[in-house]
Design a protein around this ligand. Structure first.
Ligand SMILES: Nc1ncnc2c1ncn2[C@@H]1O[C@H](COP(=O)(O)OP(=O)(O)OP(=O)(O)O)[C@@H](O)[C@H]1O
Length: 235
């Protein structure tokens, strides 16, 4: 059974009199534990597709089905619950709170959960260790390097233990060595069972993926398969 099914997805934006078909009828299936890289020129629809998969961008038509949930048929509050349970989202510009500490940033999505404070503490400590920032947990975000900030953003995306990690140009603001280290971290998360979908301009990263999907003008132009995910993969 497919973990994520994208069915004939269309997204049109209207700005004044102008209409843009950012996604123009995309269908694809993604299996659990795949590592998908979305490539394509600027404006080809990558971010629109990614945010639609993450329940952040209601399509004009078509559907996104995750774990058998037709997500845009949910009401807003259930859709928010879906995002919390299933999705960890990471952005190019980190979107962290600059005047909060590393651990306060990671803990933010937990504040509304029912975990005890001890459980929250243990979870945050384990994530700080995972991103190799032990010893810097009390630092303010603006006292960290770009690569460290992106690691904090990844830890924050992981704190509710989502099954799916979506990242929009996560290495776009980083130098190549730091970018590769971030990709290694995604690879490690994929090995641990997370399904990962990353938008990037960097073709050198395709070897991290199980499947590379290239978009052009809102459609799938090419699909290249690099390796099998744990489950047999099929798009
Ligand atoms: N909120 C919006 N309102 C109007 N048009 C939009 C909006 N978001 C995106 N678009 C348009 O939709 C098209 C696809 O945009 P999208 O951001 O999905 O592409 P992209 O491949 O991620 O581009 P980039 O690599 O530059 O981030 C573009 O023509 C863009 O201008």
């Amino acid at each position: 059974m497919n973990f994520i099914e994208i069915k004939n997805l269309v997204k049109q934006y209207y700005t004044g009199a102008e209409e843009v078909r950012a996604v123009n009828g995309i269908s694809m299936n993604i299996q659990k534990n795949e590592f998908i890289i979305l490539l394509g020129q600027s404006g080809s629809g990558k971010s629109t597709l990614l945010t639609a998969i993450g329940g952040l961008n209601k399509p004009t038509s078509g559907s996104v089905i995750v774990d058998q949930i037709d997500i845009y048929r949910l009401n807003n509050s259930r859709l928010a619950d879906f995002r919390k349970e299933y999705i960890g989202f990471i952005f190019q510009n980190f979107q962290l709170m600059p005047y909060l500490t590393v651990e306060e940033n990671i803990m933010m999505p937990l504040s509304i959960t029912e975990l005890s404070s001890e459980e929250q503490r243990a979870r945050v400590d384990a994530l700080i260790k995972k991103i190799s920032l032990t010893g810097k947990s009390k630092r303010l975000i603006h006292e960290l390097s770009g690569g460290e900030q992106q690691r904090v953003a990844i830890a924050r995306a992981l704190v509710n233990d989502p099954l799916i990690i979506l990242a929009d140009e996560p290495t776009g603001n980083l130098d190549s060595r730091t970018g590769a280290a971030i990709m290694d971290l995604f690879s490690e998360l994929n090995d641990e069972g997370k399904t990962i979908i990353i938008v990037t301009h960097n073709k050198e990263y395709v070897h991290y993926s199980t499947k590379c999907v290239e978009l052009h003008d809102g459609s799938v132009k090419n699909i290249e398969i690099f390796k099998n995910a744990m489950a047999p993969a099929e798009i």
